[in-house]
Ligand binder design. Structure first.
Ligand SMILES: Nc1ncnc2c1ncn2[C@@H]1O[C@H](COP(=O)(O)OP(=O)(O)OP(=O)(O)O)[C@@H](O)[C@H]1O
Ligand SMILES: [Mg+2]
Length: 282
């Protein structure tokens, strides 16, 4: 599957504190953390993307100006940054929702840059956009079924649905209710469960804590950590709520004006109050 074609020795998943800039940090196979033994599940290299004519006209002034991120299997990478830093754009560029102008996206070492969103989904990338986007007129179960459509075979889809209900008992008890009746936290759970029904390898989560009460935010973060630990999913967790995200993340990336300002172990980032203050105003 993964071959010698793409990776070129970029395995920056090792240790803390290396300001990554755009280079991603060369270096041999990463011993640190014991998580990355080989090709990262997701590797974004020097990604450039933007909107409309901005890239052509402004050159550097694009939403993403050469971003490199590497995520090992079974890890949560918190993607942090101020408003407009490029977090959402990064997820959109990875999942094929906006045009990639430069750089590459590798999944298990395979170049998947510029694939269509549906092909990215088939390749194992699930994207949960900002805003708890359930279809309120549909029941919980109908929403979930949408997530399984990509799976081949009725029996497979039915089994996946049952698994989702075991994983999310709250949704099981509300399965016949319109999604409109769910709380914000339950809706967030529903969109995550819906994404998981596609059986992804990589989950891209855009601000799952947005608009939720602090206690519910903790629950959502615990859910994300639990998914990583129980399924080995590789998760990019975009968050404004840096502290909540870093509390469960393995690594953290701070974006600033469309570039990677810092890449580090999550615990080291969380402890660096000066840095959090500088980039995130915390
Ligand atoms: N649809 C769009 N059309 C034009 N410019 C856009 C569009 N979406 C985002 N941008 C611009 O691209 C840049 C990056 O935006 P992006 O939404 O990726 O930031 P973000 O880090 O997700 O911010 P937030 O924390 O507010 O969600 C910003 O300058 C933003 O104004
Ligand atoms: Mg955003």
């Amino acid at each position: 599957m993964a071959d010698a074609g793409g990776n070129g020795g970029h395995l920056p998943a090792g240790d803390a504190g290396s300001p990554a800039g755009t280079g991603g940090g060369p270096g041999g196979p990463a011993p640190g953390g014991g998580l990355a033994d080989g090709v990262p599940v997701l590797a974004v290299q020097d990604l450039v993307a933007g909107y409309g004519e901005a890239v052509a006209r402004y050159g550097e002034a694009v939403a993403l100006g050469g971003v490199s991120i590497s995520a090992a299997q079974g890890t949560v990478t918190a993607v942090l940054g101020a408003n407009g830093a490029g977090k959402t754009t990064l997820l959109r560029a990875i999942s094929g929702l906006i045009k990639v102008r430069g750089g590459s996206v590798l999944l298990d070492g395979v170049d998947v840059t510029r694939r269509k969103p549906e092909d990215m989904a088939r390749a194992g990338v699930a994207h949960v956009p900002e805003g708890q986007g359930v279809i309120t007129e549909l029941t919980v179960e109908e929403n979930l079924r949408l997530g399984a459509l990509i799976r081949a075979g009725r029996a497979v889809r039915a089994a996946a649905l049952e698994q989702a209900y075991q994983q999310f008992p709250v949704l099981a008890s509300r399965r016949r209710k319109p999604a409109a009746t769910l709380s914000g936290g339950e809706r967030q759970m529903l969109v995550i469960a819906r994404a998981l029904l596609a059986a992804p390898r990589v989950l891209l989560l855009d601000e799952p804590s947005l608009g939720l009460a602090p206690i519910v935010i903790s629950q959502v973060m615990a859910l994300v950590a639990g998914l990583r630990d129980s399924t080995g999913l590789t998760i990019l967790l975009v968050e404004q709520n840096a502290r909540a995200a870093l509390a469960i993340a393995d690594r953290g990336v701070v974006l600033n004006l469309g570039k990677v300002a810092v890449t580090a172990q999550a615990a080291d980032l969380a402890a660096d109050t000066g840095l959090l203050n500088h980039y995130l105003g915390l």
